[in-house]
Design a protein around this ligand. Structure first.
Ligand code: NGF
Length: 290
């Protein structure tokens, strides 16, 4: 499980000026983060605009990230879709590309029952021979997986962990204590230290794209029992995240990377873009990172 413990940027998907997938920028983004000591990448998640990509674009993204990584780090493919068959198809691509694990949000929109959601995940692990990391993100999926629900997955060997983008840290402590050998990823970057305190083994986050070094440092300090030294870093990170939340997190992240020399283009519509004023506000907030 060691290869899953640490810092995993939830990769942004870069686009070029014609709104096409930009492999070169993806390479720049991954190389910059590898130099900062990340353990691996979460490819094609919420941050990667998974649900705004066509099927062929998503497959290309999995392939490109695997080629760029070239065995240097751990790769997790987010394969989530509303349809089981489509998610399984993405899972087969991840397997062909040599990914270390697959992950999925719960199927959403139709208000599926928990037995239906459970069947979705078990169908996927039945069809794709890769370990599964369940992705609990109630804010976006509208589905809240309780500690008991999560236990129904973690009791099966094919489920190796959970990515918990939820501020229910009581639940996190409960499923981590019940399954200490499974891997738990903290999802909210602004609560990273809280997650580590409640048992997370690391994190998957969007703001890691441009400030992974801060999370690598906090993770190391906490492992060494130096929590009080990590707290000022979390405060600094939260000052930045508070500004991002005001203007739109993903828009701001792409703008910051452009300021850092990695042009990831715009978000896919219907996302809009930052105004000039918002861009200046973001620049003033993060300029000491450059
Ligand atoms: O975007 C959200 C939803 N959460 C992300 C992250 O959990 C998403 C988080 O980093 C992710 O990992 C993925 O792309 O699949 C936030 O952007 C960050 O904490 C700022 O709020 O809330």
């Amino acid at each position: 499980m060691e290869k899953f413990k640490g810092i995993f940027p939830a990769l942004l998907t870069p686009f070029d000026e014609n709104n096409r997938f930009n492999e070169k920028a993806l390479e720049q983004l991954m190389e910059m983060n590898l130099k900062k000591g990340v353990r691996g990448f979460y490819v094609g998640g919420s941050t990667g605009e998974a649900f705004l990509l066509s099927e062929s674009e998503r497959k290309q993204l999995y392939r490109s990230a695997a080629q760029i990584a070239n065995g240097r780090c751990t790769l997790i493919a987010h394969i989530g879709a509303i349809s089981t068959d489509q998610a399984a198809e993405f899972g087969r691509t991840a397997l062909e590309c040599g990914y270390d694990a697959i992950s999925s949000v719960s199927p959403f929109y139709y208000g599926f029952t928990f037995p239906e959601i459970k069947q979705y995940y078990f169908d996927l692990v039945g069809q794709v021979e890769l370990p599964m990391i369940v992705y609990n993100i109630p804010k976006y999926s509208g589905v809240t997986l309780s500690a008991d629900n999560i236990g129904e997955f973690l009791s099966d060997d094919r489920f190796i962990g959970v990515k918990h983008t939820s501020n229910d840290y009581f639940a996190m402590e409960q499923f981590k204590s019940a399954y200490p050998d499974k891997v738990v990823f903290n999802g909210f970057d602004e609560m990273f230290l809280a997650g580590l305190a409640m048992g997370a083994d690391g994190g998957i986050g969007s703001t890691y794209n441009f400030m992974a070094e801060k999370f690598v440092k906090m993770h190391t300090l906490v492992k060494e029992g130096r929590l009080s030294e990590a707290q000022p870093i979390q405060k600094e990170v939260n000052r930045i995240i508070a500004a991002l939340i005001k203007v739109g997190v993903l828009k701001a992240e792409k703008a910051i990377l452009k300021m850092m020399g990695i042009d990831c283009g715009a978000l896919r519509k219907p996302f809009g873009q930052l105004s000039k004023e918002e861009e200046s506000y973001v620049y003033e907030t993060v300029k000491n990172l450059f």
